[in-house]
Structure formats: C-alpha cells, structure tokens
Design a protein around this ligand. Sequence first.
Ligand SMILES: NC(=O)c1ccc[n+]([C@@H]2O[C@H](COP(=O)([O-])OP(=O)(O)OC[C@H]3O[C@@H](n4cnc5c(N)ncnc54)[C@H](O)[C@@H]3O)[C@@H](O)[C@H]2O)c1
Length: 447
Amino acid sequence: MGRAEMKTRRGFLGGAIALSLPTVAMRSARAAAGANERLTVGFIGTGNQGMLLLRRFLEADLGDVAAVCDVNRGSDGYKEPDDVRGREPARELVAKDSGRAGADECAAYDDFRRVLDRRDIDAVVIAVPDHWHSRMTILAAEAGKDIYCEKPLSFAVAEGRRMIEAVRRGGRILQTGSHERSNPVSRFVCEAVRAGRIGTLRRVVTTVGYNNKVGPGPGWEPMPVPATFGYRSWLGPAPERPYHRDRCLYRFRFNYEYSGGQITNFGAHSNDMAHWGMGLDTGGPVEIECLDAKFLAPGSLFTTATETRFRCRYASGVELVCESGTPAVQARFEGSGGWMQTGYQGTTASDPALLEGLPSPGKGRQSPHSLHLANFVECVKTRAEPRAPVEIGNASAVLCHAANALIRLFPRTGPGLVVEWDPAREAFVGNDDAKSMLVPEQRDPWA
Ligand SMILES: NC(=O)c1ccc[n+]([C@@H]2O[C@H](COP(=O)([O-])OP(=O)(O)OC[C@H]3O[C@@H](n4cnc5c(N)ncnc54)[C@H](O)[C@@H]3O)[C@@H](O)[C@H]2O)c1
C-alpha cells in the first residue's frame, strides 16, 4: 500500500481501524514511499504550543516523530482541568496517530540532550519557555539538527547573536515559530505595504493582548513540586525560586525571569508583522519611548506589565506604536495613500481596492501553523531559506526586549524618557539603567 493510498484509507476508515494495521504493514508503506524523503523529528516541550504543533505535524504527515521530550511527565492545568499535556500524552498522541510508520518507536525523554544525541533525528521542534530557547537552539545546531524554534526567538538580546552564529556556523535551517509569516492573509498585507500599495509608510500600530491569567498576589505561599514534574530542569538557567504552579506551565509568560509578558508573547507576532511591512528583515528602531505601563502589586508572582504602550522611531521616519488591547487588529499600516489593517477579526483598508487580490480566509484552508511547519520541512529538504529565518526572528525579539527594558523602568522614570537605540549594535546608547535591564539574572551551569 503506498502512502497516498494509506492516507485515503485512513481518511475513509477512520483512526480506530487504521490503528489495527499491523506494524509490519506500516513499515513497508514507509519503505515504498522512500525512507530518505521523510524527516525524522524530535519535539522538545510538549505543553500548550508543543502539543498543537505536534498535532499539526502529524495531521499534515510531515515526517516521523521519533522522540518527544518534556520535563513534565503529564499534568493538567492548561485550558481545562482535564486538558493534560506533557511527554507521556505526547508520546501517546504519536502512538495513536493511526497508520503512522514508526509511531510505536517514539521515545519519551525528560532530558532534551538525549534527543540531540540521537543520530537518526534530523530536526527538532523547540516549544519550551523562552528562557530555554537559546541554549537548546545552540546545542541543537551544534548537534547538527535543523530547528523550528518558537517565538520569541530569544529571551535576551545577547542570546540572539549567539543563536545566529551557531545556526549559520553549522549550516543549519532555523524557522522561527512566527507563523504569521506563513499566513497567506498576513503575507498579502505585509507584502502589499512593503511594495508601496498604501504609498509611503508613515506609521504602524500593533496590538498585544492583555494578560489572560490571574496569578497569586503578595504573600503567596510556595507549593510542593509534583512528583511528575522536573522543576529543576524546568528552571534551567533561571534563578533558583520556590515552586508554585503558576510560575510554570503556560503562566511563565507573565514572569520576567522566564519571558517578557504579552510584549514578547503577542508582540513577537504583531511587531514582526510591523517589521515585515516596513521591509526590515534585520535591524530595528533608532529611538524607543515607553508611554505607559501598569503592573501588579510588588510581591505578586506575576511580574510582567498588565497593560502597556510604547513608541519607536525608525531611521526611515516610520513610527511604530504598540499597545495593549484586544488583538482583533494585530497590525495597522498607515501610509501616504491610505491604510490597511489585519488581525484575528479580518482585514480592512481605507479603500476596498487596496485589498484586491486578498486571499479569502476560506474554510478548509490549512492553518498557518501547518503551513509554517510544512515550509520548515520543505526547507530542511531543499536547504532553502525558510520564511522566518534566524535573523528575522532575532530582529523581532530584540525590538520586544528593548521595549520591555523601558517598560520595566517606567514605574521609576514615568513618561517622557526617550532612549536612543543602536540597531546595528543592538544596544541602548547612553542610558545605563536601560542597558542594565537587557541583562537577565541567570545561573550556572547554563548561564
Ligand atoms: N507561535 C505561537 O503562536 C505560540 C503560541 C503559544 C506559545 N508559543 C511559544 O511556545 C513556547 C512554549 O509556550 P507554551 O504556551 O507551550 O508553554 P507551556 O508551559 O504550556 O509549554 C512549555 C513546555 O516546555 C516544557 N519544558 C520546560 N523546560 C523544559 C526542558 N528543559 N526540557 C523539556 N521540556 C521543558 C514544560 O514542561 C512545558 O510542558 C513559548 O516560547 C511561547 O512563546 C508560541
């Protein structure tokens, strides 16, 4: 049975029957398709996003998943209490993926270095908290793996440079998980703006979501670490801290020791779109100002801004304003000849003629995640540049980190502090407080 036939048969008969196919039949189907053409992949981090990517990868039949890895064996606490994520649920998902060659051979690890040791693994998908991205990416590149690494590419400005170096030195393919780059609608808008459809670009307004979880306030009590959770490995390079469940799974993004709040969560997408429309694949602004920032009471477990607004000026004269809101509009581009905006609630423009050629979001269209993963797999095979290579992922992350530095200073400085930014050096010019905010506290042996 060939792959196409097997897929049709799976679609027709459904998963349960396909599951009963003997393993030997699956293996021969794989051989018939040409084993050399199929990628062998490991998934590192199988939480909220890792599990989604794993599902999309399996649905689109993009390769064989030989390993999954997570420091969490399997626990709830995601969107619903019975919504379980972690390495065992991930391994089971691969095993249940009916008719998949080699599904029975998927190993589950708690140490990502065991995945990198596997010589049969061509590529890894990294979907761990931000404070782990650079270490895993660099070690994966050194181990000869191609890499799909979630956004924001880095956790700190200096990390991005090291990631670029490791990826380019090793001749690796890296796709940043900025999947809007594979969204046909975002592509249309950003490329149209880039091509001058709204005239000279003057201003971009981007949105980041409000914090969508509530964490414990001042005086919170540590909790016992669950037996199924490798908390020390989760912390990795981050400072030693008492465990609380709201520190870790999903909610790490609201704590500056592991992430940058919604500025790097949503902002890594919307500000990446801003750069895309500006025609800026590398580099960044020349001036940044925080206009507003609100925080929870000191001593709260969540430390990131709950609401914020910042402004940047680019050498081209374009102004970028990024603000908290409901991200119905991710990016609005204003030019000398009109405006266009796009986001989770559609795409509009000052004149409908500006949207001529806009792809319809149409039912049945593949999700941007699937398209982005497929682009990665294709590039691993052809060695072409993926849509969101390491330099693009870095530039968008650096902008968010620089803005976050001033956002974090805002309670002390108040409004009106405009700081010069050198995009070539990726550094603030002449403000030591701002500079110091770019260097996170980290510890051995990962520091
Ligand atoms: N592209 C997107 O739209 C999108 C959406 C959501 C999240 N993300 C990104 O994905 C990443 C993960 O976010 P999430 O929401 O899935 O968080 P999460 O907490 O749900 O998942 C992270 C997983 O990584 C595991 N992990 C932590 N340290 C590990 C280690 N040393 N080795 C192996 N596993 C480890 C955790 O146990 C957890 O299961 C973040 O960088 C986030 O920004 C991207």
